[in-house]
Design a protein around this ligand. Sequence first.
Ligand code: GTP
Length: 621
Amino acid sequence: MPATPTHVPEPSRTDPALIRNFCIIAHIDHGKSTLADRMLQLTGVVEQRQMRAQYLDRMDIERERGITIKSQAVRLPWAPTEGEGQGKTHILNMIDTPGHVDFTYEVSRSLAACEGTVLLVDAAQGIEAQTLANLYLAMENDLAIVPVLNKIDLPAAQPEKFAEELANLVGCDPDDVLRVSAKTGLGVEALLDRVVREVPAPVGVADAPARAMIFDSVYDSYRGVVTYVRVIDGQLNKRERIRMMSTGATHELLEIGTNSPEMLPADGLGVGEVGYLITGVKDVRQSKVGDTITSLHKGATEPLGGYKDPKPMVFSGLYPLDGSDYPELRDALDKLQLNDAALVYEPETSAALGFGFRVGFLGLLHLDVIRERLEREFGLDLIATAPNVVYRVTMEDGTEHTVTNPSEFPEGKIADVHEPVVRATILAPSEFIGSIMELCQTRRGTLLGMDYLSEDRVEIRYTLPLAEIVFDFFDQLKSKTRGYASLDYEPTGEQASSLVKVDILLHGDKVDAFSAITHKDAAYAYGVRLVAKLRELIPRQAFEVPIQAAIGSRVIARETIRAIRKDVLAKCYGGDISRKRKLLEKQKEGKKRMKMVGSVEVPQEAFIAVLSSDEGGKSKK
Ligand SMILES: Nc1nc2c(ncn2[C@@H]2O[C@H](COP(=O)(O)OP(=O)(O)OP(=O)(O)O)[C@@H](O)[C@H]2O)c(=O)[nH]1
């Protein structure tokens, strides 16, 4: 080993031959968290009395919704009870991957930090779309795959049937599919033994310049950002200065260590090790998932591959219901962004809704989670406008516009409009093939292929515009398949489409908040539906109010609100002056809640009813 006097590599803290880095791939509810709990218990890292269900899911929302949003890593010492390596303590680093489609990039980085994966499938449910999508990712990363059926204690379990399905998928013998119950602990020891035996030990160059990959970073209000890394080559030591290779920013390593599962400081991390580090930065955007960390002194010159900037896919306007809460909303978003590199926002004003923000999200779950956190943790009442995707508009003169808000869709001579597309994987019992294809067809889908996983279960692949699935696609899919279908999708680029902007005009004035970008063929239906809805919601005025939907200057739908000044005194015969005054005051009160759009008074509720994604917003069909 060529050692120079200035840089003498210390031996790695753990012999890489004894390290196994793995993750668990599972569909929501197939029992990943429960299995992780059992592993923590069995390896003795969490004492029995401290054990609580879903130990690793720390966020309240995660716990309530039973979903895992942020990945965590935990170090488990395990001496195999039999077979190879028997009695010798190995270090198993279990990396918890987020399960949802919105977080595919984070999943891919977690997988890149591992050499193997436990493919966990509910023995009563079988393989689902998410399991499959993540399995493909694992295969692309050349990970060793340990197939496992969970919940075999359930009376409804069909281990024979699903072992066959799993075996077909990963190319092994059905007898090699492990059967466990994460609930009772049955088979979990054997699973840990299999991980030691089948997941390869990490290989890296111990005396090369340090290279560590960030697979997660989490903001902690006491300690600043906690960054989770996997060391690939060399080593990182306490107190040294490090460099983030994507930005060139340098920091001092204030603390480095492992999670067992609480943080345990160490002197350093060597080849193959997984742990955390703290540099004192206060914002996760300074510690980006996928980035490579190296030493400042004699650092690496080539970063590890696979780094990508998080890219918001879905945008929505968030407005406080009470306009005076705007500063609180801004502060809350600032705080959330510290922990969420994918969250982007900028101030936006709407004639209808006042001051708010246009916020970018990775997908719909991400949107839901952020909105729920704003409402719950920060006590804000919000209106979220219907989500839309990002369009790329090229004008005939060659200028390009990126449109994240329909009201910004450019006027003038447009050459083409591109929209993002995804590759969707749907898994369902084969009896639903017809209804699934019909749904995808109406959403402008292109069939890519179809495979039978077993006699009665089928995998259907489609290319679909993201805009067509961001709204209620999943709900529709569930209702058309009685809840049996599962869906996963990943962005695959963009396509040129015939898209137009539909504007809504009230008494000749355009109402920005109601503009929508739709496919040419859907524009008419959107226009008709919206003007009809507005006619119901807007009260009569002192003059006649036309409501029009238009593409450019071409009107495609129209309704009219007839003129009448609502005579609140109409039913008040006789001369009870105090009662009349009371009614007139009440009318005045009501008017305060009206917004003026041009010359038309529109009740706030009308905007909320039309715009809010909860109540059937613009892209709902
Ligand atoms: N009967 C039985 N139930 C189990 C078993 N493993 C998990 N469960 C139950 O299945 C449900 C889902 O388990 P979780 O561990 O939360 O599933 P998960 O995969 O972590 O879910 P996400 O975090 O949403 O991805 C819970 O109600 C568990 O108690 C098992 O082996 N047998």
